[in-house]
Design a protein around this ligand. Structure first.
Ligand code: SF4
Length: 257
């Protein structure tokens, strides 16, 4: 039996009852047979990220015209009242912004849903490793919510837990996403070697949040099967305690999902 959950099988997936966004329809810009991500998080519910070259994975991506057709069908279903999503969300089998046509696809989606009476919100789940590109940053800013993964880490824990494929500092990411007006930070809280965090890690994490200054910080527990065996869940009480500590030091709203 697989320890992790299967990949999404199509470009459009759901509806998903999202803890953050309500009824959400996903748009998966990545292949349906392989996870493609700039991270290889120990807790990923899709399992480990395969090691393949950029040329190899580029050839596996769905072409933009196929994505446009899928969006057309989705909007038709919403128009006919067959589905009523609260949100349409770029998510799925890895990091959505690795698709080279991501900015064009965002524009296409926004123009298609602009005529809907019950226009759903739009969101992106991202690790923001591609946000050195202003084109990608600007495309993300057009959505209602950009949810960027910054876990409870310092630089060393970041390399250990999220394992970015190209060397990058999490501080650089925090500095880039500061420009986003729709920024939410999502923070997985994981027990590593029996500890949730050390004082140094907590201080560094707080400095990251102060740098990027999001609208909201979302703390969440890992409650699903993970790529690495034996990662321990933190308790609800641990999350509440952490929230109280953060609230004393950060003016941003902190929520637990
Ligand atoms: S960023 Fe998300 S999809 Fe990528 S490895 Fe981490 S948890 Fe998995």
């Amino acid at each position: 039996m697989s320890r992790t959950i299967p990949l999404e099988k199509d470009i459009i997936f759901g509806p998903v009852d999202s803890r953050r966004l309500g009824v959400s329809i996903g748009i998966n810009l990545l292949p349906t047979n392989k996870k493609i991500c700039s991270y290889n998080c120990l807790y990923c519910f899709y399992g480990y990220t395969p090691k393949i070259t950029e040329v190899e994975w580029s050839n596996l991506l769905p072409p933009k015209n196929k994505i446009f057709s899928s969006i057309d069908r989705l909007v038709e279903q919403i128009t006919l009242g067959l589905i009523k999503p609260d949100f349409i969300t770029f998510a799925g089998n890895g990091e959505p912004t690795l698709h080279p046509d991501f900015p064009e696809i965002v524009d296409y989606l926004l123009s298609k849903i602009s005529i809907l009476n019950n226009k759903p919100g739009t969101a992106l789940f991202t690790d923001a490793t591609t946000f050195a590109s202003n084109v990608i940053l600007n495309a993300s800013a057009k959505l209602d919510q950009t949810l960027v993964k910054i876990d409870l880490v310092d630089e060393e824990t970041y390399q250990f837990l999220n394992r970015p494929f190209k060397y990058i500092k999490i501080k650089e990411i925090a500095q880039r996403i500061f420009a986003l007006p729709n920024l939410r930070v999502q923070t997985a809280v994981v027990k590593i070697n029996g500890n949730i965090y050390t004082d140094d890690v907590l201080d560094y994490y707080i400095s990251l949040i102060k740098i990027c200054d999001p609208i909201q910080v979302q703390l969440y527990n890992i409650i699903y099967p993970t790529a690495k065996k034996g990662l321990e869940e933190v308790s609800d009480g641990d999350l509440q305690k952490l929230k109280l500590i953060l609230e004393k030091q950060i003016k941003t709203k902190i929520v637990i999902f």
